[in-house]
Design a protein around this ligand. Structure first.
Ligand code: NAD
Length: 358
């Protein structure tokens, strides 16, 4: 059923996606298509072997492998990657890994204009966004620039079979969070609504199978398809309370990125549900659970074995007030007004691991 009237603005991003089992066979063609001759491969230290395998498929088009990506792109690691790109005369980057490797590629793209080709191996979604991040003196700055959007993204589920069950679960919840907030974003649009609903449906359906059998390519494919859609939602809309809270928790307390998203999401959604009926309806359809999708996501996190309290991520209860203050310091769009009281209650529930408030 179509709900008129429509009122929205929508800017499509120039993204190119190659998805499927053996998508990586197309890597050399994609590099050639982008006109690149000497790419620098970027990855996290733990993913060097995987990056070497991928680099092998690109042959002489690889100028170097730089296995020094760090979470939240510290300024020193960004500077080292930029120096290395100049030393080896790279004309582009091939980022193999999660948001850390792709985030490093984005900074090289921002400062030197080198295009990025991304081969994502988590579900975080950075490859689908023009958003860059850089951490300096303990403060993470972010910005939007079309130059950092990868020119080509290859999603091959075979690269995700080594992602441990725990990381798969939290990374998948991180992706679902993008779609949830896109559904009530101030710049939501009908096409993004469709992508968000389908992305949540695909991921919520796939993740229990991924956690049960990480080697199953069918479930890995469905999860990656969902992650692509959810990442595209993140790239196209403005995020609200959930992402601001996670940003504050990660920045001020150094809590781990994806697990923090997994814990906070049901609580942030519960906070907003009463003010976002269209999002609740879409999530109800996607999750096969009408009425209270926040409770459903909390149950899902439990079934996936994902953390459900900030306490278990290392946060001290005394830090709640500080996070409330940081989250309130800069205003942002949110379907329900964000108050100190409301935030405090939300964070106490998320900290202790209680189910989200109804
Ligand atoms: P990550 O890239 O740090 O990866 C998490 C861990 O998983 C790492 O230790 C990595 O080595 C490991 N890993 C990755 N792929 C693997 C595989 N296939 N098998 C085994 N281990 C694997 O974490 P992430 O959650 O993907 O990304 C988080 C970062 O990305 C944060 O800095 C976040 O802010 C950023 N991010 C940015 C955007 C954006 O739009 N700019 C979007 C989402 C996330």
């Amino acid at each position: 059923m179509v709900n008129a009237p429509f009122a929205f603005s929508y800017q499509a991003l120039p993204m190119r996606v190659v998805m499927g089992v053996r998508a990586l066979d197309r890597l050399a063609d994609e590099i050639d298509r982008a006109g690149l001759k000497r790419v620098m491969v970027l990855c996290s230290p733990g993913q060097r072997e995987l990056a070497e395998t991928v680099a092998g498929l690109a042959g002489a088009r690889v100028a170097d492998i730089h296995p020094h990506a760090r979470v939240h792109v510290p300024a020193a690691s960004a500077a080292a990657a930029r120096r290395r790109a100049q030393e080896v005369n790279a004309d582009g980057c091939l980022a193999v890994g999660g948001g850390s490797a792709i985030g490093l590629g984005k900074i090289v793209a921002l400062r030197h204009g080198l295009p990025v080709i991304a081969v994502p191996t988590t579900y975080a979604g950075s490859e689908m966004t023009p958003v860059w991040g850089l951490t300096e003196n303990g403060v993470k700055r972010t910005g939007r620039d079309p130059r950092v959007l990868p020119v080509s993204v290859l999603y091959d589920p075979a690269l995700t079979v080594s992602l441990p069950a725990g990381v798969s679960a939290t990374s998948g919840m991180n992706a679902i969070a993008h779609a949830v907030e896109a559904l009530y974003a101030p710049d939501a649009s009908p096409i993004i609504d469709l992508m968000a609903e389908e992305g949540v449906r695909a991921l919520a359906g796939a993740l229990p199978d991924v956690v049960a059998d990480g080697a199953g390519l069918d479930a890995r494919s469905r999860a990656q398809y969902g992650a692509w859609l959810c990442g595209a939602c993140l790239g196209a809309t403005t995020m609200s309370l959930h992402h601001k809270l996670c940003h504050a928790l990660g920045g001020a307390l150094d809590l781990p990125h994806a697990p923090t998203h997994a814990v906070v999401l049901p609580h942030a959604l519960a906070y907003n549900q009463g003010a976002a009926p269209k999002a609740v309806a879409a999530l109800g359809r996607a999750l096969g659970a009408s009425g209270d999708p926040a409770a459903h996501l909390w149950d899902l996190a439990g079934r996936l074995g994902a953390p459900r309290s900030l306490r278990e991520l290392g946060m001290a209860q005394d830090d709640i007030d500080r996070i409330v203050a940081i989250t309130l310091a800069n205003p942002y769009a949110n379907p329900r007004p964000v108050t100190a009281d409301g935030l405090g209650r939300l964070l106490h529930a998320a900290w202790s691991g209680r189910p989200p408030a109804r």
